[in-house]
Design a protein. Structure first.
Length: 69
């Protein structure tokens, strides 16, 4: 929604004076901001998933590390 865009978007996206007058330009700026948000969330999600996998692998292999060989 536009309210979220004007509240959360960085100034370089919402600082355009024509933004209030041109709905097409406003929509393009909103879509650019949403794309930025999605990329950011995907990056965070990927890192979290990687950490969880590493933790799972470490916990799975931990009992085997204590077996005398």
């Amino acid at each position: 929604p536009e309210e979220e865009f004007f509240r959360d978007a960085p100034e370089e996206l919402k600082g355009d004076p024509l933004l209030k007058e041109d709905p097409h330009k406003r929509m393009l700026h909103r879509l650019n901001f949403e794309l930025f948000q999605v990329r950011s969330f995907l990056s965070i999600s990927f890192r979290l998933h990687s950490w969880l996998l590493l933790d799972c692998i470490a916990n799975t292999h931990a009992p085997f590390m204590t077996v005398p060989g």
